[in-house]
Design a protein around this ligand. Structure first.
Ligand code: ATP
Ligand code: NNR
Length: 216
């Protein structure tokens, strides 16, 4: 079974969901797991001394459940996708099918058990003022209270980012101000290179084995 796991991380409103959804649409046999689905219920998310709900931390998410879903996909991507109602393509030649999992979220590179699973990691970043402006147009559940961006979201972003960079080194940073189509094209090309490499490996190996047998 050939699989590739692509992580699309980034700061809040960096454009992660937009890019991940488009990639998923474009890549055959791909599946998307988004971290936002794993937020805990509001009633169990603690409040800090300033009254801000602590949403921008790993503890606000059911990460074990998210990891379980990634592991389920890895074990059997085809049946995982079938269960989710996603179509998979027919194999054109034996062993040529590559399944791609796109893991998307703001803290996907801060959770150690997931970190070793990514084949490719991208991180979308945008400047503070654009981030604050984009965020102000969004409606979360619960909605951001006044002062939430500067009082919780931004300081937590700085802290989480520092932790991420201390843990990981091979992240490709992307400018989230780049036009959406352009961002998609460059990441798509990059991922497909990996897909083709993986396909090539399986198609070449019997040939390589034949050569080794013939010459030695
Ligand atoms: N490349 C881009 N250029 C300009 N605007 C963008 C781009 N990508 C996304 N946006 C806009 O920015 C906002 C946030 O995008 P998106 O929901 O994809 O971000 P996100 O990183 O998933 O956010 P979060 O996870 O914090 O909710 C949306 O209004 C979206 O239309
Ligand atoms: N989806 C949610 O349940 C939720 C609730 C409150 C806040 N958020 C925000 O989502 C962002 C990540 O996409 C974080 O910055 C959270 O503040 C999400």
């Amino acid at each position: 079974m050939k699989t590739i796991i692509v992580g699309i991380g980034g700061m809040t409103n960096g454009g992660k969901s937009t890019l991940a959804a488009r990639l998923h649409q474009r890549i055959v046999n791909s599946c998307l797991i988004a971290q936002d689905v794993y937020f805990k219920e509001d009633s169990v998310v603690p409040v800090d001394s300033n009254g801000f709900k602590q949403y921008d931390v790993l503890d606000a998410l059911y990460m074990e459940e998210m990891l379980e879903h990634v592991e389920l996909w890895r074990r059997d991507p085809e049946s995982y996708m079938t269960q989710k109602g996603l179509m998979t393509t027919q194999e054109s030649s034996p062993g040529s099918k590559v399944f791609v999992l796109i893991v998307e979220g703001f803290l996907i590179f801060n959770y150690r058990p997931l970190n070793s699973l990514y084949d490719k990691k991208y991180f979308l970043e945008i400047p503070y003022d654009i981030c604050k402006m984009r965020r102000s147009t969004r409606l979360y559940n619960p909605p951001d209270p006044p002062g939430y961006f500067d009082g919780h979201v931004w300081p937590m972003y700085l802290k989480n980012r520092q932790e991420m960079e201390a843990m990981m080194s091979d992240i490709v940073f992307l400018d989230g101000l780049t036009e959406k189509g352009q961002l998609l094209n460059s990441v798509y090309k990059d991922v497909m290179k990996l897909v083709e490499e993986l396909k090539g490996k399986t198609m070449l190996s019997p040939l390589t084995a034949h050569f080794i047998h013939f010459f030695f």
